[in-house]
Ligand binder design. Structure first.
Ligand code: GDP
Ligand code: ZN
Length: 312
């Protein structure tokens, strides 16, 4: 057992993991002792799967195709959500050890969903991950709506988030998207249909294979149930593509402190009359006042209210 090799998990399907060890990819299982160790380390908290895509692990090869995971190396960060498939509160790690999360939305079809963006901004912040907002289908932005959209974008930019506007029909925006991904490990999230696969395809043909359901490439049927998969970029860097992330239950966020994850609220909380103000209908609430004054965007406050309702 002294020939352990370091590798990175590139796809995970509870109990089977593809681990990139540089020269090849090994199909691995998690050793029982490791599973037990991870469980005892986390105490009561239970993961859907203790190992996630992006994890750095030590493996022992069994042959050229298979191996076993002997240990999990410490994570730099992780993007987690509440497992949508369980009744109990269980953490599902979407991906770990990433440099940035690219949150993709679209102008139309589907319409821009700021609540989804706001949720992911919180999950990224909770996981200590830098977030970039990418609004796709810019070609569908008509003159009449432009000022409305630009106002929304400005809100995010004023809060300090990087926001890019892309279209698969505008090459210069694809170049910008590519330069953001270059050399980094990025996780791409967004609801179905916003154009994640199309954007990936535009920067590297066949990268967004998933939408086209090309599963023949995979002897092992890897496009079936996996939540996330990690791809190498020719320009350098890696992309974790997440087709299955639609529901975004918060994880790692204290439900009483959701306001702390909205920078425009966080900076005003101390001005509320009550120290435990929920900014719902309390008197002398600095947040409600700021919304009235137009200093906090109404749509952001609505995102906050929606999250508050769900988590309390
Ligand atoms: P995904 O589910 O996020 O991976 O979305 P897809 O990449 O499958 O794209 C969904 C649909 O949107 C497809 O019909 C694409 O052709 C279309 N689409 C993607 N990007 C753009 C864009 O920039 N502009 C327009 N007009 N359509 C786009
Ligand atoms: Zn308040």
């Amino acid at each position: 057992m002294n020939n352990k090799i370091e590798g990175r998990v590139i796809s995970a399907r509870t109990s089977f993991y593809d681990v990139d060890i540089g020269a090849s990819v090994l199909r691995c299982q998690l050793r029982g002792v490791v599973k037990k160790k991870l469980r005892s380390e986390i105490g009561k908290q239970i993961y859907s799967d203790p190992i996630s895509v992006g994890d750095k692990v030590l493996v022992t090869p069994i042959d050229n195709e298979e191996g076993s995971i002997e240990d999990l190396l410490p994570r730099d960060n992780k993007l987690s959500r509440r497992d949508p498939n369980r009744h109990r509160e269980i953490e599902q790690i979407i991906v770990s050890n990433v440099d940035q999360a690219i949150i993709v939305g679209s102008i139309h079809s589907p319409d821009l969903n700021c609540r989804f963006i706001d949720r992911f901004l919180i999950l990224a912040a909770a996981g200590n991950i830098n977030a970039v907002i990418c609004i796709n289908k810019a070609d569908l932005l008509n003159e009449y709506e432009q000022s409305k959209f630009y106002k929304t974008f400005q809100v995010y930019e004023d809060l300090g988030y990087q926001l890019i506007l892309t279209s698969i029909h505008y090459q210069e925006t694809i170049d910008q998207f590519r330069s953001i991904l270059k050399g980094k490990l990025s996780v791409i999230v967004g609801t179905s249909g916003v154009g994640k696969s199309s954007l990936l395809n535009a920067i590297q043909p066949n990268l967004g294979l998933r939408t086209h359901e090309v599963s023949s490439k995979t002897k092992k049927g890897r496009h079936t149930t996996t939540l996330v998969e990690l791809f190498d970029l020719e320009i350098g860097g890696k992309v974790a593509d997440t087709p299955g992330v639609r529901e975004v239950g918060l994880w790692g966020v204290n439900p009483d402190h959701i306001d702390h994850y909205f920078p425009e609220m966080e900076s005003r909380i101390s001005a509320c009359k009550f120290s435990d103000c929920s900014h719902l209908r309390e008197p002398n609430c600095a947040i409600i006042e700021a919304v009235k004054q137009g200093e906090i965007a109404a749509f952001r406050y609505e995102s906050y209210l929606a999250l508050l309702g769900e988590n309390n």
